[in-house]
Write a protein that binds this ligand. Structure first.
Ligand code: FE
Ligand code: FE
Length: 189
């Protein structure tokens, strides 16, 4: 069942309370979210994709208020699925939950498919790969390639990896919250 009222205050409250956590990266979660969203927007993607980029790690934040398991100091176990499930529950339309869920699968895929990808990852992303199932094997990789959001998930992953620039002023995305709400509203029948 989808809630009737906007989930915006809930989501904002998470970023307000936990957005300054960095989970082993050189950027805060809020800066990381803004940078990822900015990259999606600069690449010309529609609001749903920009919002997915903004919310891709929301599972780390949402889980803080739930019983959860940590990956040492690197945030929450299964944050991809936790975030995706929550956004789905809130009524966010496709492909938002799918892309949120895909960002870790894309990392597992790319570490299998692209020599050198692992070495280019941030130290925290390297450290968490083991918790996330390690590189895909051939079978998992071909199943992932069949997913409708495969290409977009790889794009999301690259924005995620690039969105870790330290001391970069958070780009001004004043309308990001309006976008989050509009994308959510577009999923309500
Ligand atoms: Fe993540
Ligand atoms: Fe991320």
């Amino acid at each position: 069942m989808t809630p009737i009222s906007s989930p915006l205050p809930l989501i904002q409250s998470l970023y307000l309370r936990y957005g300054q956590e960095a989970y082993g990266e050189g950027v805060t979660q809020l800066a990381h979210a803004y940078q990822a969203a900015q990259l999606a927007r600069q690449a010309g993607y529609p609001p749903a994709v920009v919002v997915a980029a903004f919310l891709h790690d929301v599972g780390h934040l949402y889980a803080q208020d739930q019983p959860h398991e940590d990956m040492a100091e690197f945030g929450v176990m299964s944050h991809d699925r936790i975030g995706a499930d929550w956004l789905r529950q809130l009524g966010f339309p496709k492909p938002v939950p799918e892309l949120v869920e895909g960002h870790v699968q894309a990392k597992r895929y790319l570490t299998w498919a692209e020599p050198g990808y692992f070495d280019a990852l941030s130290a925290a992303s390297q450290a968490t790969l083991g918790y996330q199932g390690g590189p895909m094997d051939e079978e998992e990789a071909s199943a992932f390639r069949e997913q409708p959001w495969f290409n977009l998930s790889l794009k999301m992953r690259h924005w995620d990896d690039e969105a870790k620039v330290e001391n970069q002023q958070v780009p001004s995305l004043e309308d990001i919250w309006d976008m989050v709400e509009a994308v959510w509203a577009s999923g309500q029948a």
